[in-house]
Design a binder for this molecule. Structure first.
Ligand SMILES: Cc1ncc(C[n+]2csc(CCOP(=O)(O)OP(=O)(O)O)c2C)c(N)n1
Ligand SMILES: [Mg+2]
Length: 399
């Protein structure tokens, strides 16, 4: 028997063994996955092309001065530099883990700068650019990833909630917070950031339902970076993510997430929609995670290098630079100053991390319950005795 005929015989016997049901199952093949390129679609809002050309959109026009544009550029460059430093520090053993936002700077800076200080933001774990816009000192983002604290900043100082690792759960926090805002009649929008993968979570569906039914002022910002670790967006949805909103009864819009101007314009309009009592709205920022999911991940195992190269050509920072150069909006002195500022930020981040104090070993038992708990008390005493045993041992050795 040849190799071909033996494998043909095996597949025939498999079909026969499964009967009619099996045959039906094998004929129901998954639909081909759309490439990220074609999935963007014509209804995506874009104001600045990858070549750095300004284009108009009938629903979202925006006037941005050269100074404002330089500010957005600076925000993105510094975010990228901070992110690169943090990635390097993880490689040097200073951080346990780092989730890079490389490639998502426009989605984060455009939306972050569109919000008012009085708005409230619920991030995931990757929103380093949004944190920057909220005025959270970037070094404070590092503590949790070094394992020395559970958050690192006071959420109420900047109306920026702590990072949330439990996928999608912060959208429920945002919906609940926004329901309170609506009851208070407060003039604010609540932004809930989440990912394409999170869109499959029940928490996100529930938050959509509550926000819609209670007409809560939530701006849902889904950064569709095309991947949920190694799962492509095509494995999360059969429709473009922004269209999910329609089924819940509120509007959704897809934006070029690598276009800082489009993100700024659409998020400004969406926040105004929320603040003026028109209920929730979903923004799908169509972007790309250019790095690994986290420093624990190796994307070369599951994605093609051509895909990365296609997105590198749409780099969010490069297109603003092209536009600035094309319009004479920035000179060499400006770029040199940003470079210097980036270096200074990098130096500060390295200094802070290397002198960051370790927490007291007993601190883990704090804040578990508001009023204490007998089990925690027991565990605290047990751990204290365990730590003390080392001191006893050392004293014994010394004798
Ligand atoms: C409830 C829950 N399930 C699974 C995980 C493990 N996990 C961490 S990140 C991630 C993928 C999230 O993808 P996406 O929402 O697209 O966000 P991205 O990481 O791409 O920014 C998963 C499944 C988790 N943290 N929480
Ligand atoms: Mg994702």
């Amino acid at each position: 028997m040849t190799v071909e005929s033996s494998s043909a015989a095996r597949s025939t016997s498999r079909r026969n063994a499964g009967g009619g049901k099996q045959a039906a199952r094998t004929s129901r093949r998954p639909k081909p996955e759309p490439s990220a390129e074609s999935a963007a679609g014509p209804d995506m809002v874009q104001l600045l092309t990858p070549e750095g050309e300004r284009v108009e959109h009938p629903d979202y026009s925006i006037e941005v001065s050269a100074e404002e544009l330089r500010g957005l550029y600076r925000d993105m460059v510094l975010t990228r530099r901070f992110d690169a430093e943090a990635t390097a520090l993880q490689r040097q053993g200073e951080l346990g883990l780092w989730p890079s936002c490389l490639g998502q700077e426009a989605a984060q800076i455009g939306s972050g700068r569109a919000l008012r200080d009085t708005d409230y933001v619920f991030p995931t774990y990757r929103e380093h650019g949004v944190a920057w816009c909220r005025g959270v000192d970037p070094t404070l983002l590092l503590g949790m990833f070094r394992g020395v604290n559970h958050g690192g900043w006071d959420p109420n100082s900047n109306n920026f909630h702590l990072y949330t690792i439990v996928i999608g759960s912060q959208t429920l926090h945002a919906a609940g917070y926004a329901m309170g805002v609506a009851k208070d009649g407060a003039d604010m929008a609540v932004a809930a950031y989440f990912g394409d993968g999170a869109s499959s979570q029940g928490d996100v569906a529930e938050s959509f339902t509550f926000a819609a039914v209670y007409n809560a002022p939530v701006v849902f910002i889904c950064q569709n970076n095309q991947w949920a670790i190694s799962e492509p967006t095509a494995r999360q949805t059969r429709v473009p993510l922004y269209r999910r909103a329609q089924g819940f009864g509120f509007p959704g819009v897809r934006v070029d997430g690598n276009d800082v101007l489009a993100m700024l314009a659409v998020t400004k309009a969406a926040a105004e929609h929320a603040r003026t009592g028109q209920g929730p709205i979903l923004i799908e920022a169509f972007t790309y995670r250019m790095g690994a999911h986290t420093t624990s991940d190796d994307p070369t195992r599951y994605r093609r290098k051509e895909e990365l190269e296609a997105w590198e050509a749409k780099d969010p920072i490069l297109r603003v630079r092209r536009y600035l150069d094309r319009t004479g909006g920035a000179d060499d002195a400006f770029y040199a100053a940003i470079e210097e500022e980036s270096d200074a930020l990098g130096r500060r981040v390295r200094e802070v991390i290397r002198t960051m104090p370790d927490p007291d070993g007993m601190a883990i038992f704090e804040h578990v319950y508001a009023d204490g708990h007998s089990l925690v008390d027991e565990e605290r005493a047990g751990y204290a005795a365990y730590l003390a045993s080392f001191a006893d041992h050392a004293a014994h050795e010394g004798n």
